[in-house]
Design a protein around this ligand. Sequence first.
Ligand SMILES: C[S@@+](CC[C@H](N)C(=O)[O-])C[C@H]1O[C@@H](n2cnc3c(N)ncnc32)[C@H](O)[C@@H]1O
Length: 287
Amino acid sequence: MVSETETQSDSLNRALEANRELWDAWTQAHVKSDFYDVEGFKRGACTLPDIEIKEVGDVAGKSLLHLQCHFGLDTLSWARRGADVVGMDFCGRAISQAMQLAEELALSARFVCCELSELPSNLTGQFDIVFTSAGVKAWLPDLTVWARVIAHFLKPGGMFYIREFHPIAGVLDDEQTPECPPRLRYPYFHSKEPMQYEGDGSYAASDVQKDRPHHKWCEWTHSMGEILTSLIEAGLRVEFLHEFDYCTYQSHPFLVRGADGFWRYEKAPETLPLMFSLKAIRPSKQQ
Ligand SMILES: C[S@@+](CC[C@H](N)C(=O)[O-])C[C@H]1O[C@@H](n2cnc3c(N)ncnc32)[C@H](O)[C@@H]1O
């Protein structure tokens, strides 16, 4: 008889495999997209938003591990700022592209291809900074595992930094008409059962893959309490949690672009948290 645990791990593996296939197809389209503007990056543009540069601080001479690095533009932007970088992602196509870019631009960087939970078996060493950003948590089934991986790779005294879409933004309908006020559509609290999605385009490219355009994938919701508690239980000390009323792209139809290029819900006095950033430290033994 098949045990319940085997069935759960089979269905988790199937979900992760579907997501990997999705990211393979999306990566191919993203590399050519205006959203990622690879040509601009090659000419020297930095893909890191100012808020990350300010909040992470000076990285020159520091070791930096970038979790879920996609095809490496942010990883290589940190390398251009003087960090000794390692990027990781489970998408083979993204990692090959990242390595190719690093070579073409003569930037020193290492890249590892594996599922996040398997990183401790695929990479050795500890880092001054573990960094991750913009669209990472929804792909992870279990934040307890995520937080342990982060703690595992941080040196004592090292810093974890994340800038991410706010869990509150994640519950709002992203397909309504622009005139319609924000309305609830998705769950806020985590469930082991992923939400199933299907569609033709990605956030960065509407035309993903002409010969096989339709994809199915899985996402998991994680509440703000879960994010914070997973990091605290892994032994990290949270230094700040900043919430922002803007998003770096039009995540929802009702957002309007401001003069600063960011997208907001502009129906004052109503406001919405759309992104957050968090910094946490792995305490040194004596602290
Ligand atoms: C939205 S992207 C991160 C975006 C990045 N900040 C950027 O803008 O380029 C999410 C990344 O997570 C990776 N990913 C998704 N699930 C993963 C998993 N379980 N383990 C490792 N990487 C994963 C995907 O391949 C993708 O490259």
